[in-house]
Design a protein around this ligand. Structure first.
Ligand code: 1CP
Length: 332
C-alpha cells in the first residue's frame, strides 16, 4: 500500500516534525529505514516499500529538486531547451548510496517475512515534473513541447530511460525483490500519444532490466489507465496495476489470465464504515480471479485516512478464505 500523498501515520508525522526537510528524510539511511518499517511494524503487510520518491534520483543525473509542504515537488531549473539539456549527465549511483544501503538493511530487517519493494518513475511521468517545474493540473507545457520541440523532449526521455534502467538494476542488486514503475501521469496522454511518448521508453527499460535481472517481477501502474490496459500489457511487464475506475472483472477480462494484476480498492473506502470496506475487498478479490492478483488500493493512501481502517484492510486480506469466496461465484 503506497502512502505517497498519505502522511496518514502519526509516527511518520511526528518524525517529519523533527526532520522537516523531505530530502533529509528520504536521503538519510537511518531515517529511510525507520520510516519504511513504520507500516511494516503496524500492519505486517506482505511487502515493504522503501521510503523514497520518484524524484529522488534526479540530483544524481544533474537536476536538483525540493519538495515543499504545500506546493509539492519543485524543480528550480525546468528543462525546455537544448541548452538546458546540457545539465544532464549519466546517473552517478554513488550519490544514491543511501538507497542501496537502505534496501540492504531492509532485507535483513524483514528477512523472509515480506518482499522488499523498490520503485521508480517512468520517463514520461518524471519528465512532467522536469519540464513543468513541478506538479501540474494541465500538462500544457510538456504536451505542447510534443509539437514545438519534439527533439528536446525525446532527448530528455531517452536520457531518463537510460538513468532509470541503471537505477532499477542498482535497486535490485541492493536487495529489492520487485520493482514498481509509476507512470502515474501516463493517463493524462491520449492512448495514441501514450504509445508514442511513454510506452517505447518503458519497453526499453523492461528490455534492459530483463537482461540484467531476469527473475525480478516488474509492476506497471498508471493512474487513469482504463484506456491503456492492453497497451500496458504490450510493454512486457509482469503485473499491471489498476486504479479503481476500471472494474477489476473488466480488467481481468481485458488482460486475460496470463498476466498478474494489482489493485484496486478505491482509497476512499478507508474512510467508510468497516463492513463496507470488507465487502469491497471481497468483491475485488472475487473479480480478480483465484490467481495472479496482488490485493492493493487503486492508488496511494489518502491524507487523513484512519490508521484503524488500514489495519482492518490487512486483517480482512489475511483472513480471506478463497474456497468460500469463489464457491458459487459466477462473475459480476
Ligand atoms: O513530506 C511528505 O511526506 C510529502 C509527501 C510525500 C511522500 C510521503 C512525497 C512528496 N513523496 C512521498 C514518498 C513517496 N513517493 C512514496 C512512498 C513510499 C511509501 O513509503 O509508501 C512513493 C511510492 C512515491 C512515489 C511518487 N512521488 C509518485 C508516484 C506515485 C503516485 O502518486 O502516483 C509521484 C507522482 C511522486 C511525486 C510527489 N512526491 C511528493 C508529492 C507531494 C508528489 C506530487 C504528486 C503530484 O504531483 O500530485
Amino acid at each position: 500500500m503506497m502512502r505517497q500523498a498519505g502522511r496518514y501515520m502519526a509516527v511518520y508525522r511526528k518524525l517529519a516534525e523533527k526532520y522537516p526537510s523531505f530530502r533529509e528524510r528520504s536521503e538519510t539511511t537511518d531515517l529511510i529505514v525507520q520510516i519504511s518499517l513504520q507500516p511494516w511494524e503496524a500492519f505486517h503487510p506482505d511487502g515493504v516499500i522503501i521510503f523514497s520518491d520518484i524524484l529522488t534520483p534526479l540530483p544524481a543525473f544533474g537536476i536538483p529538486f525540493d519538495i515543499e509542504e504545500v506546493r509539492g515537488p519543485v524543480i528550480q531549473s525546468p528543462i525546455r531547451s537544448e541548452d538546458a539539456l546540457k545539465e544532464l549527465h549519466p546517473i552517478d549511483l554513488e550519490k544514491l548510496h543511501f538507497v542501496g544501503d537502505s534496501l540492504r538493511i531492509l532485507r535483513q530487517e524483514v528477512g523472509d517475512q515480506a518482499a522488499v519493494l523498490g520503485f521508480v518513475g517512468a520517463p514520461w511521468t518524471i519528465a512532467t515534473y522536469i519540464v513543468e517545474g513541478g506538479t501540474t493540473r494541465t500538462y500544457t507545457t510538456i504536451k505542447s513541447m510534443i509539437h514545438t520541440a519534439p527533439h528536446i523532449l525525446r532527448s530528455l526521455l531517452s536520457h531518463l530511460t537510460e538513468a532509470i534502467s541503471e537505477y532499477i538494476i542498482f535497486q535490485v542488486k541492493s536487495g529489492a525483490h520487485c520493482i514498481q514503475i509509476f507512470d502515474s501521469w501516463g493517463g493524462q496522454l491520449s492512448p495514441y500519444m501514450w504509445n508514442h511518448w511513454s510506452k517505447p521508453f518503458i519497453e526499453e527499460i523492461v528490455t534492459v532490466v530483463r537482461k540484467k535481472c531476469p527473475g525480478t517481477p516488474l509492476v506497471l501502474y498508471i493512474n487513469g489507465n482504463g484506456g491503456l490496459l492492453e497497451r500496458m500489457k504490450g510493454t512486457g511487464v509482469d503485473v499491471i496495476g489498476l486504479d479503481w475506475t476500471v472494474d477489476m472483472a473488466d480488467g481481468r477480462r481485458r488482460l486475460g489470465s496470463g498476466i498478474s494484476i494489482q489493485g484496486n480498492v478505491d482509497p476512499a473506502y478507508l474512510f467508510s464504515p468497516l463492513p463496507a470496506l470488507t465487502d469491497e475487498i471481497q468483491r475485488v478479490v472475487r473479480c480478480a480471479g483465484r490467481t495472479g492478483h496482488i490485493l492493493n488500493l487503486g492508488h496511494g493512501v489518502l491524507v487523513g485516512t484512519p490508521e484503524a481502517a488500514v489495519g482492518h484492510f490487512f486483517e480482512v486480506a489475511r483472513s480471506l478464505k478463497l474456497d468460500e469466496l469463489f464457491e458459487n461465484y459466477g462473475g459480476t
